[in-house]
Design a protein around this ligand. Structure first.
Ligand SMILES: C[S@@+](CC[C@H](N)C(=O)[O-])C[C@H]1O[C@@H](n2cnc3c(N)ncnc32)[C@H](O)[C@@H]1O
Length: 239
């Protein structure tokens, strides 16, 4: 856990967003809900100055290993500890859908972005085409109860919902794209290690303990033999 190669199959997803955001030398980037810091690591390779924030302390430890010296903070998406007009680019990779108040979280992304800077909000693809859905369903019963009235992690994946959220937060939707990201790993060990270090898995471990998570039936058994779900992650709205 914590080495860059374990998230290699998702690299095109992150790179596509960093390209769209024109992240390069000198860009001041905030990744809100940075988890283990993989996107931050890719941005640093481009010469960006990165800041990461997440609620999950064990994932932040991994992020600090990946991007030594970066400003990595524990905090809440709905109340970012940064001044307004601070960042040249703000990203939220599959994190905002977990906030109790998503509009408040999106407003915070807008507040800390400099005037005219882009904000990218990434969400899961439509559930019927998203491999992560199978994994999230497998661990769902081990997660703490969601806040009252909370919608599931795929609510924003309904066409038009992300744009509505952006507008409610004062962002101006510019474009929405899909980035196909098939989850292909070199072996089962790598797949398990990677998935065990995901945000939802860490939350399940904190709530139910690691043995509970490992006892869950492998997600792949929930698919018909030999079948793969073709296109997982839909995301992307930049503003
Ligand atoms: C699916 S993970 C994605 C992590 C990372 N962005 C990535 O692409 O690997 C969701 C992340 O959002 C974080 N998160 C969820 N709700 C949050 C909140 N209200 N404030 C801060 N972080 C939050 C979780 O701790 C987790 O790391």
């Amino acid at each position: 856990m914590g080495s860059a190669d374990v998230q290699a199959c998702c690299t095109p997803f992150y790179e596509a967003v960093l390209d769209t955001m024109a992240v390069g030398v000198g860009t001041a980037l905030l990744d809100a809900g940075c988890g283990g810091g993989f996107a931050l690591q890719l941005a640093v390779k481009r010469g960006a100055t990165v800041t990461g924030l997440d609620a999950c302390a064990p994932l932040l430890d991994i992020a600090r290993e990946r991007v030594p010296g970066a400003d990595i903070r524990q905090g809440d998406l709905e109340s970012l500890p940064f001044a307004e007009d601070t960042f040249d680019a703000v990203t939220a990779f599959n994190s905002i859908q977990y906030a109790a108040d998503r509009v408040a979280a999106a407003r915070e992304l807008r507040r800390v972005a400099k005037s005219g800077a882009r904000v990218a909000i990434l969400i899961w693809g439509a559930p019927e085409r998203c491999e992560s859905r199978v994994i999230l369903a497998a661990i769902g019963g081990l997660l703490p109860p969601p806040p009252p009235g909370a919608e599931g992690p795929f609510a924003l994946s309904v066409p038009g919902r992300l744009e509505e959220l952006a507008e409610a937060a004062g962002l101006v939707p510019e474009r929405a794209d899909e980035v196909p990201t098939p989850l292909i790993y070199p072996g089962l060990d790598t797949a398990v290690r990677t998935q065990m270090s995901s945000g939802p898995a860490r939350l399940a471990i904190e709530h139910a303990g690691e043995p509970g998570l490992r006892r869950q039936p492998p997600a792949r058994r929930q698919l018909p033999p030999g079948q793969r779900l073709p296109v997982p992650d839909r995301p992307g709205l930049t503003s």
